[in-house]
Structures are given as structure tokens and as C-alpha cells.
Design a binder for this molecule. Sequence first.
Ligand code: BTN
Length: 325
Amino acid sequence: MKPLTFSVLRLLSDEEFHSGEEMARLLDVSRTGIWQALQDLDESGLSLQRIRGRGYRLPQGIQWLNRERILSAIGANANRIDLMLADSVESTNSMLLQNTALGAPHGACLASELQTRGRGRRGRSWHTGLGGGLAFSLLWRFNQGVASLSGLSLAAGVAVARALREAGVSDVSLKWPNDVLHRHHKLAGILIELQGDMLGPSAAVIGIGLNLKLSDRTRSAIDQAVTDVHSVCKTPPDRNLLQGRLLAHLIEVLDLFSESGFSALREEWRQLHAYHGKTVRLLQPNGPVIEGRIVDVSDDGSLLLDSGSGPRHIASGEISLRGAA
Ligand code: BTN
């Protein structure tokens, strides 16, 4: 979306009516410019109300990301985060990965109001409407090599679950390796991308997408069971507060992970696992579908699955209950 469209949206986010003429005057552009900016709204997933003689109105408003409020919600560790806010990027992970290669600092965080090509795991897309979620990536550098970061995505799941529980969302659980669920419906997803050597040093770009309030349009673009914080929480948290608390919990968990690896978080993760002890189907990236019972998760984050001949370690794949015995 064009920068002018964001300026128009910022004017409209007070949920009041504004005429094209008034907006053109305030933003010092022509009325045609305003009209064109409004045509560009499609990408945002927002719907605009228009009434002849009164102008335009955004019925649902938008809680914009706010740097000071996010930093204040992080609290004592705020100085460890180098926060960048963007209106629109293709993908916060893609952009931060590029910056990582160019030397971006440990703790760099990019949060965007909108992603035009948000990416999920296994080549999927990640959809969030403008203001309807959180989409951010955090760069964390490690002395250890990429070989020792296999449990990192599970650790990040623990941080997200802690932040959601603290915000009043009950029944939060995790699905191996790192989906964040509410009663088996996906609330958040985590995409971790690594750079560096096997023996170190290394860097991880930890991308998190969280559904806050999905529009019908965004919901219909998603091909799995999803939910959002507004549907599962009596008093939904403020968007900036939640963004800050997610970062605060990530810092805590990442410190622990750097020091002691996933083993320090393993018991908490196990308690959060929605599928612990369940019989599941496992889809492997290039292998056959295996059916078995989830026995445990190991210190390196791999899943221990018993399909009759004793537990075996599974490093990657996707589990589902569907069709399982
Ligand atoms: C998944 O569950 O498939 C992972 C989804 C990860 C989405 C987030 S949104 C912020 C960051 N930027 C991206 O392009 N993807 C991640």
C-alpha cells in the first residue's frame, strides 16, 4: 500500500466520518489523490464505510503500533531491543534476514503494520490484515553454531505461550514443533530462519505472527483451523502491550536458551504440548506418513514418536490428529 494510504488510514482510525475534501486539506494533497489512496485499501483487508454527504469512516478503528508504548511494556530489558516499526513490508523475516547478513545488531526487531508476502513454515503464506494481528521478527545472535539451535523454535513457543497467558488468554497450548493453539485452533505461528556456521557463531531470525482480530476476509484466506485473541479472551489486551510483553518473554527465554539450551525449558514445553501422549499422524518433508504415539520431546527439540517398535527421534515434520487411530 502507498504511504498516502497509511496517512489516510491514520486520519480515519478515530472511527469518525471524514470527507474527502477535509482529508485532502489535512494531508495537503488533491481529492483525486485521496480517492486513489482509498482504492489501494484492498490489500489491507479493511472495509471502509462511505455515506454520501458525510464522507468515509473506518468502523472498526485501528490500534497502531507505538514505539514508546511497546518499549514501556518490555520493561527493564527495553534497552536490549533495537526496535524498528514499518507500515508495510513484504515479510519482516525476509527483511531482517537481509539486514542480518549486513550486520544488523543482536536484538534488532522489525514489526510491521502490514506484510504483503508474509511467510509461514513449509513454504506456506502467512496472512494478517492491517491492525488485525502482530507480525514481527527478532534477530538473536549466538556464540553457539546452528547445530545447537534445533530446540530454539520450541523455546520461542514457550515465550509466546507465557505472554498470552499473562495477557489473560486461557487454554493456550503448543503443537510440535511450534504452533501456538487455543483449543486446537491456531492463534500464532513461529518461523525461525538461521544464518551462520555449524560450529558458530550463528544468528536466528525469529518471526512471530499472532492473530489478534481476523477479518472475515483474512479468515477465508487461511486453510486451517484458526482463531484470534479477540475471540478467546474476555478483555483482549492492548496491541502494543502484547507486542512489548511478547518481546519481554522472548528475551527471558532466549537468555535461558543461550545459557542452557532447550533442556531448561523442556518440562514447561511438555506441559504445554496439546498432543502429549496422543496418537498422531506425522507428515515428513520428503518421507512417508508415520502414525505413532507421542512419547516425549527431547533436549534437542526433536519429537519422540513410538510407532510400535520403540520411540524414534523426529527432527522435522507436521503432526495431525486427523485419521489417527
Ligand atoms: C507458521 O506457522 O507457518 C509460521 C508463521 C510465521 C509468520 C511470521 S509473521 C512475522 C514473520 N514474517 C514472516 O514472513 N513470517 C513470520
